[in-house]
Design a protein around this ligand. Structure first.
Ligand code: ZN
Length: 131
């Protein structure tokens, strides 16, 4: 069974970021359609799921990968923003992030050091904050 599947997938495109996005969009619209009774919502979710499967089993790898590149380039800024927010959230327990009052440079200070003077590495302005 497993061999059969591997043989079936040989030379096919498989899943990528755009594929994951279309599957997620399909599932979200399916869940949404049970709350919101908008006529086109089930149609959109089926379209997403079918597109995702079509792309997964497609043998035109070049075309699929260029679609994925297009998707990645369109969502580049958004993905960078999300990963930055995640990173900041992960550091919240151990560090404070202050913004320099004169040049807006972000400065990362470890927590629990009491009242300290901070010198901006970019413009050398000093200011006092609790860490
Ligand atoms: Zn500064």
């Amino acid at each position: 069974m497993r061999d059969k599947f591997i043989r079936f997938m040989y030379g096919r495109y498989g899943i990528d970021s755009l594929g994951k996005f279309t599957i997620a969009a399909g599932l979200i619209t399916i869940v949404l359609s049970s709350f919101v009774h908008w006529r086109f919502l089930p149609f959109i979710s089926w379209l997403c799921i079918i597109t995702a499967y079509y792309r997964m089993f497609s043998k035109n790898i070049y075309k699929r990968s260029s679609e994925n590149q297009w998707y990645l380039s369109k969502t580049c800024k958004l993905r960078a923003f999300v990963s930055r927010q995640k990173n900041l959230f992960a550091q919240r327990k151990t560090h404070h992030i202050y913004t320099c009052p004169s040049c807006r440079q972000k400065i990362r200070i470890p927590r629990g050091k009491g009242k300290i003077e901070i010198r901006c590495p970019k413009c050398s302005t000093t200011f006092i904050k609790r860490s």
